[in-house]
Ligand binder design. Sequence first.
Ligand code: ADP
Ligand code: ZN
Length: 436
Amino acid sequence: MYFNERIETMERLQLRQLQSERLVKLVKYTYDNVKFYRERMDEAGVKPEDIKSIDDISKLPFMKKQDLRDYYPTDTFAAPMKDIVRFHASSGTTGKPIVAGYTQHDLDCWSEGVARCLTAYGVTKEDVVQVSYGYGLFTGGLGAHDGAQKVGAAVLPTSSGNTSKQILLMKDLKTTALCCTPSYALFLAESIENDPNTDVEKDLHLRVGIFGAEPWTENMRKELENKLHIKAYDIYGLTEVSGPGVGGECEYQDGTHLWEDMFFPEIIDPVTLQPVEPGQEGELVFTTLTKEGMPVVRYRTRDLTHLIYDKCRCGRTMVRMGRILGRSDDMLIIRGVNVFPSTIESCILELPEFTGQYFVTVDRVNNVDTFDIEVELRPEFYGESMDKLLHIKDRLVGRLVSVLGIKPVVHIVEPNSIERSMGKAKHVLDKRKLSN
Ligand code: ADP
Ligand code: ZN
């Protein structure tokens, strides 16, 4: 089922035409209204008239997160403040947050993106959608909320946290679709398991999981599907581009469709900044083709992934994105080897003895990198003999060495000892950065 069949299944040639028209307008709009774009384009020697179609996009300069910080809070806004109807902000763990401003039209486009995702997951007006993403400056809560309302579902805006109340309402209001980070979904699932008054099969009505805002793996999908008796779907987005719903999976779960009529994606080599060969891994770059409040042109997301342009079996013509390996800044370089936390997660969940909870600590001692991973045993394996535990640990270390090409020190810890996250999980402490 489609939310907007005409657009979602548009012939690619026609889509290209639409993207071209929108890009030409956008470039003129940003050049006229935002000093940042004017200066950058002038420096690059590009005039709005040079952009005649989407094929000319590579003539335009890139924008980086630092640019948004430098122009904090609103100097990259293109619409006058009287037309802004909402602000959001990214978490800003490393310095000033990024502030995004939305016009009513921007909010309409954003909720359309979320509505397309929800419809692809089979959510309709018959559903009760529990939004357990945080509400507030974070785009997750209100973004999912507006999209669910747009498809006519009943929204249960629980926000994150207060887990026992979440479970109570989930039961009593018969939630069918759950929206949150995969980390929080895992925590909710564990809490339901430990709740003697709630049986997933008998007491819950969950059918669909809508998970995003952080990287997660196929093994985590299986874990959440088994625990919650749902089909779990990916939803992707970022504050700078709008929020969740820049794209989502379809029923075939063979990549995340990106709504290219609104958010034009490119993949570049983060070092040379040149486009990669089609299908190759690289950094995802977005241009917002319909945004008015804070449009971005060739914004470097730092998310690493690849794009698939073949037509999908679902009939949608919109490009698909492979799973996000992580942000380039989440990548750890340990003894010269590149390591993504999501790869570690995937290895841990291959073994039935462990929960998906883990924590990585990296440090440098006597000029050598140390690499420690805490992994949590499932309660049913907690009483195992020392021999058995050592054997389990060796299996995990062996698997990690073969996949990562580097040997970590694995520490098996008690069930429930790793801190749970209500939103985006923090899986890594890199002490090398602290001492710099
Ligand atoms: P912040 O930058 O403060 O974390 P955002 O909520 O805007 O704020 O985060 C967006 C980022 O979250 C994306 O750039 C991406 O790295 C990550 N993300 C969002 N959705 C997904 C997803 N489905 N899979 C993997 N990563 C995701
Ligand atoms: Zn599809």
